[in-house]
Design a protein around this ligand. Structure first.
Ligand code: HDE
Length: 699
């Protein structure tokens, strides 16, 4: 596409791209095929012949088209882009891609859900994966992140347990892509270390509005290593330029039916429209000497480093500017691994990270069918690869010569290990000693304090959403004992929270006083404090015959000018005529679209349009759902009268200075003929930037 850039990785991929324009059909052996619609038979009505090599090849290839889906993060979507550092990070790391602000490092990012299988819906309540492959001059670096900064468990050996518990239950493979079932909550109440993660999973973070509007967190503690060999502990963050925004749970469920591809479609369309998603790379850095200065263990993956204590420093920007050409070849075959590091980035002893270092490579061997998956185009580094590894399934290189070992004399020991000066990777020399023990550090014992901190940090609306999520998830648990144990467990986090969970799930309120005594909060984790931006949002404009043309066009131009996407929707597809006779085309209908697919709604003016809109029950479903989901509504002239017969009516207030009806300031913006239209559009765009108007739900 024109607006999509070329970089080193893109040029490399170009060698593998195939287009079949103006070509003749061939077999995989390059033999031209004269008929692909009829198999070779003995007589018109006779049996098929074994010698039909074209039939055999076509069918065999088809039979083998599937590979195992990822055991977790099976459903995902990949996009290409570039990363640039803002200024050299020399004091912390020697990683070359973090030195020169003029260098654009190609990246491939795969966003994913965790629990559902490949064909599951995008908008389920779940953690989102956010894996980035940087094709650096030092080799590939993978930052395999999630959109939640912590994890369920403290030790990798528990990973198969937590995943078995959250996946569909094994006897009947029910339910799909959700934690709302007995085995998961049974796991939770038997592992209090999950408390903090559950708070995030029940929060709005688990139902993002868009992949473009969520943070990424490396979760585990890594190390930066500089030229002098000095280490610093580091946590990685991605901060979206559009802010962090979420759906409403009812909306998320409805989207899962209306458009199960909602998130992948959103990012695909945004990139095609030239609205390139941008994320800033942030780092939190802790000096080695300060390792024990915190009231949590900095190696414990169930803890985050509150930004108020350890500021996130923004060090670079990633721009996602190109869609993939082929989902299978790129997204499905991409292989990420937190162990793919470059000189300047190293590991910590975080026990979750240590286990991850084994699992990713191991799982790719099965999924991608052998040890040569690094040669698949999407996984190939742009840095040169030279070693004595040979053979294996699907070997793509033709290694010349007799030597495939080192040390050797026959090829002057090439390829030779690189020295420090030549940037050979040197593992950080950390002194470690101890007994071999299966034991968890007592510094990992606190399971509740940061869960309370998170709860304290939530706005009133966010708290209500968490309680509602508990009611839904735990309400689906059949075992009453487990439901009671959830209440008792979360009483350790906050007494009020536990009492409210109990109310909705038929359990007794907690019998003990609750809480951890933590009164502090971390404002940075509340989405209330995020960037508010209307740019790239989707607006639905309802359209029926007899709409008044001028104001509609004015609104359309202003919204598009502010970078919003507007779609015209009518009761059926096709041309719609204005009261003045102009025609506009409705590209969506109530059958093909729903309010849940938009961020805001516009109702145009025109008496006849109003009459026509009022005739359709679906108009009111659209309007009332938009209102229920706390999304902004803009209505002008006669269109504002429609609000009087909808749920919006309840927010009507008397305005002593005007004869117009006025709606209280809850993201409902109206304008009448005599009013200032520009002021209206500005106010409406601002209301869209606010994202949701929770006061409607909690006020
Ligand atoms: Fe993963 N994880 N994980 N994970 N993970 C996988 O690797 C694993 C964890 C994450 O888009 C698997 O290639 C273990 C944390 C992402 O292709 C597997 C543990 C974080 C993706 C695996 C964790 C992640 C994966 C499955 C605990 C956030 C998708 C397929 C010890 C930092 C990558 C695959 C993509 C995928 C193992 C925990 C992120 C099985 C053992 C914490 C984004 O290897």
């Amino acid at each position: 596409m024109d607006n999509q850039s070329k970089n080193e990785k893109d040029s490399q991929l170009e060698d593998y791209r195939v287009e079949h324009k103006n070509t003749k059909l061939t077999t995989n052996q390059g033999v031209r095929v004269n008929d692909t619609d009829n198999s070779l038979k003995t007589g018109e009505r006779g049996p098929t012949l074994m010698e039909d090599f074209h039939f055999r090849e076509k069918m065999t290839h088809f039979d083998h088209e599937r590979i195992p889906e990822r055991v977790v993060h099976a459903r995902g979507f990949g996009v290409h882009g570039e990363f640039q550092v803002y200024k050299p990070l020399t004091k912390w790391t020697k990683a070359k891609f973090l030195q020169d602000p003029s260098v654009k490092t190609p990246v491939f990012v795969r966003f994913s859900t965790v629990v559902g299988s490949r064909g599951s819906a995008d908008t389920v309540r779940d953690v989102r994966g956010f894996a980035t492959k940087f094709y650096t001059e030092d080799g590939n670096y993978d930052l395999v992140a999630n959109n939640i900064p912590i994890f369920f468990i403290q030790d990798a050996i528990k990973f198969p347990d937590v995943v078995h518990a959250i996946k569909p239950e094994p006897d009947n493979e029910i339910p799909q892509a959700t934690a709302a079932h007995d085995t998961f909550w049974d796991f939770v109440v038997n592992h209090t270390e999950t408390a903090h993660m559950i708070m995030w999973l029940m929060s709005d973070r688990a139902i993002p509005r868009s992949f473009r509007m969520m943070e990424g967190f490396g979760v585990n503690t890594f190390r930066f290593i500089n030229e002098e060999g000095k280490g610093h502990f580091v946590k990685f963050h991605w901060k979206p330029k559009l802010g962090v925004h979420s759906l409403v749970w009812d909306e998320a469920q409805k989207i899962a039916g209306k458009d199960p591809d909602f998130h992948r479609r959103d990012i695909w369309d945004a990139i095609n429209n030239g609205d390139f998603p941008e994320f800033e790379l942030g780092v939190q850095v802790i000096e080695e000497e300060q390792e024990f200065n915190f009231d949590f263990d900095i190696l414990d993956p169930t803890k985050f480093w509150p930004e108020e204590q350890v500021p996130v420093q923004l060090v670079g920007k990633m721009t996602l500017n190109r869609n993939q050409n082929n989902f299978f070849a790129e997204t499905e075959q991409a292989a990420f691994h937190p162990g793919n590091v470059v000189p300047g980035i190293d590991f910590s002893n975080d026990p979750l990270l240590q286990g991850r270092l084994f699992s990713y490579q191991d799982t790719q061997l099965l999924r991608l069918g052998g040890p040569n998956f690094h040669e698949i185009p999407i996984n190939r580094p742009t840095a040169p690869v030279h070693n004595n590894q040979r053979d294996g399934f699907h070997q793509m290189s033709i290694d010349k010569g007799k030597v495939s070992y080192s040390a050797n004399s026959l090829r002057q020991n090439a390829p030779e290990p690189a020295t420090d000066a030549e940037n050979g990777y040197v593992h950080y020399q950390e002194k470690v000693e101890g007994y071999k023990i299966r034991q968890r550090s007592s510094s990992f014992n606190d399971h509740y304090r940061q869960a309370t901190l998170f709860w304290n940090s939530m706005s009133a609306a966010e708290k209500q959403h968490i309680i509602d999520a508990f009611h839904f998830e735990v309400g689906k648990v059949k075992d009453k004992q487990i439901r009671q144990r959830v209440v008792d467990m979360f009483n350790h986090v906050d007494g009020g929270l536990a009492a409210q969970i109990a109310q909705g799930v038929g359990a007794n309120p907690p019998s003990q006083p609750g809480g951890t005594g933590i009164t502090a909060s971390s404002p940075a984790v509340s989405q209330e404090n995020t960037i508010k931006e209307a740019r790239t949002r989707k607006v639905a404009m309802l359209l029926e015959g007899g709409f008044s043309f001028e104001p509609l066009m004015q609104a359309l131009t202003s919204l598009q000018g502010a970078g919003l996407q507007v779609e015209l929707i009518s009761h059926q597809l096709g041309m719609v005529t204005s009261e003045e006779g102009q025609q506009l085309e409705a590209m969506k209908s109530y059958t093909t679209a729903g309010s849940v697919m938009y961020d805001a709604l516009v109702i145009p003016g025109g008496q006849q349009c109003l009459n026509n809109l009022s005739m359709h029950k679906d108009t009111f479903t659209f309007l009332n759902d938009t209102f229920k989901h706390a999304k902004p509504i803009g209505a002008f002239d006669e269109g504002a009268d429609l609000l009087m017969s909808s749920d919006v009516q309840g927010t009507l207030i008397a305005d002593p200075e005007s004869t117009n009806q006025v709606f209280s300031d809850l993201g409902v913006v109206t304008v009448r003929k005599a009013d200032d239209f520009t002021a209206f559009t500005n106010e409406f765009i601002q209301a869209i930037g606010q994202h949701r108007h929770w006061m409607r739900q909690t006020g």
